[in-house]
Design a protein around this ligand. Structure first.
Ligand code: PMP
Length: 449
């Protein structure tokens, strides 16, 4: 039986009008809907922990829009907050009081957020943070890390996870056609968790380096944690050499903890980019930072330009305001953490019981399985070298068949939401057990164990 007939038909129609048949390259599935080529799965609706596709297949959703849906799909309190104000117009080209209200809450929750500026996406947030860093330091070059993703603008689309296998040195690998060569000259790429590599680079080039940007917990090369002291090391280097430290908390923000990775690791960056979980799925982003950096934004030729027709629109603000109210309640993170901890513990146990060499890295709200003999993976090179993608893919395909949606790309994380409860935990673990049994059969066939 073809479980994806309607999605395939829609995709065939889409290809005529939408390049690559999609609206985001990241949404193409390679192994799921067509045997021989990539295709889009079309979503029909999502509610709570569940998502339905166009063919009526129902899944427990662990992709959650690539992260934003921290409370659950179509969460009632957020809908109510939005619908309370969406009869009052959607965009004013005037400021609204919710911008102040949300800024106050972010300020209380996030260490570096003395001031904030709203955007509409993670891409805009990192782009704006870079401009502030360059404006502040009067320098132009940036250090980024291999396998970290910061959005689709030109400045940081280098050395993504898929590029790392093929090249030996640490030169930036351009991630798209159309990026001017001149821009790659402004980027240094370093290996994540390489204390001495970054330090050497900074000592040699600090007169030109405006910023070090990182995902404090990498969420785009599966999930890779910073080694003990690594974020502090970056902080110290930046302090010493007048370099701005930027945390891209687009995935980690309002998800690892109410105050993001900077709360967990107790390291305060100068600037940080947020989006995703800030408004439970409504389009929004923000740059947060220390006052001395943020107050550079403003009108005038010696200031940093920033605007945006939709930035701070009342609908996204109402969604953010209500989301933050929920996330600040102790019981919300208590549940998120206990659900995720239990899920991780029991999946790990299944890997043990069935004798699969696997580790799980990350946090209860954002983690991933890596099929490796190693005890820990600490950078993207090692992930590409030491992890068996074929096992991950087989597991993922089997999970999909059993109604558990995790991304087929092992670079993505498994995300949890507040709407994932006991019943979903049990269903998920039963499906994992069945899927792992199928993986063992697959391994028996392919690895001739
Ligand atoms: N930074 C990080 C760490 C991300 O994971 C993403 C998106 N996955 C972005 C930036 C870009 O965000 P957006 O897609 O909202 O532009």
């Amino acid at each position: 039986m073809n479980r994806y007939k309607n999605s395939q038909n829609a995709f065939t129609k889409a290809k005529k009008y939408l390049p690559a048949g999609t609206t985001s390259n990241a949404r193409l599935w390679k192994n799921v809907c067509l045997a021989d080529s990539s295709c889009g799965i079309y979503g029909k609706k999502a509610k709570g922990a569940y998502i339905w596709d166009l063919d009526g297949n129902k899944y427990i959703d662990y992709r959650l829009g690539f992260g934003p849906v921290i409370l659950g799909h179509s969460y009632q309190k957020i809908r109510d907050a939005v619908h309370k104000i969406d009869g009052n117009g959607l965009v004013y080209a005037l400021d609204n009081e919710l911008e102040i209200e949300v800024a106050k809450k972010v300020n209380r929750m996030v260490r570096c957020a003395e001031m904030v500026r709203y955007t509409n996406s993670g891409t805009e947030s990192t782009m704006t943070a870079l401009r502030i860093a360059r404006g502040y330091t009067k320098k132009e070059k940036i250090i980024k890390f291999e396998g970290h993703y910061h959005g689709h603008h030109d400045y940081l689309l280098f050395s993504l996870p898929k590029h790392i296998k093929d090249h030996k040195d640490k030169k930036p690998v351009q991630g798209s056609l159309g990026i001017p060569k001149a821009i790659s000259k402004l980027v240094y790429t370093e290996e994540w968790n390489d204390f001495s590599g970054v330090e050497k680079n900074v000592r040699r080039n600090h007169k030109e380096i405006a910023a070090i940007i990182c995902e404090p917990v990498t969420g785009n090369s599966s999930v890779i944690l910073p080694k003990e002291g690594f974020l502090k090391h970056l902080r110290e280097l930046c302090n010493k050499y007048n370099i701005a430290l930027i945390f891209d908390e687009v995935k980690t923000g309002f998800r690892l903890a109410p105050g993001g990775a900077q709360e967990v690791y107790k390291v305060t960056p100068d600037l940080a980019a947020f989006a995703k979980s800030l408004a439970n799925g409504y389009p929004i982003g923000l740059v947060a930072g220390k006052k001395e950096f943020m107050s550079l934004i403003g009108p005038g030729k010696d200031k940093v330009f920033h605007g945006g027709t939709y930035s701070g629109n009342p609908v996204s603000m109402a969604a953010a305001n209500a989301t933050l109210d929920e996330l600040r309640k102790d019981e919300v993170f208590e549940h998120l953490n206990s659900y995720g901890r239990e899920l991780i513990r029991k999946i790990n146990k299944l890997y043990d019981d069935y004798n699969l060499s696997a580790i799980i890295q990350g946090f209860p709200t954002m983690f991933q399985s890596l099929f490796t003999e190693k005890e820990q993976i600490t950078n993207c090179r090692d992930k590409n070298k030491f992890c068996d993608i074929s096992i991950f893919s087989e597991l993922q395909k089997e999970l999909m068949k059993k109604g558990i949606m995790i991304d087929e790309d092992s670079e993505e994380a498994v995300y949890t939401s507040f709407s994932h409860k006991k019943e979903e935990l049990k269903k998920t673990l039963d499906a994992y057990e069945d899927a792992i049994k199928s993986v063992k059969v697959f391994l028996g066939r392919h690895h001739h164990e």
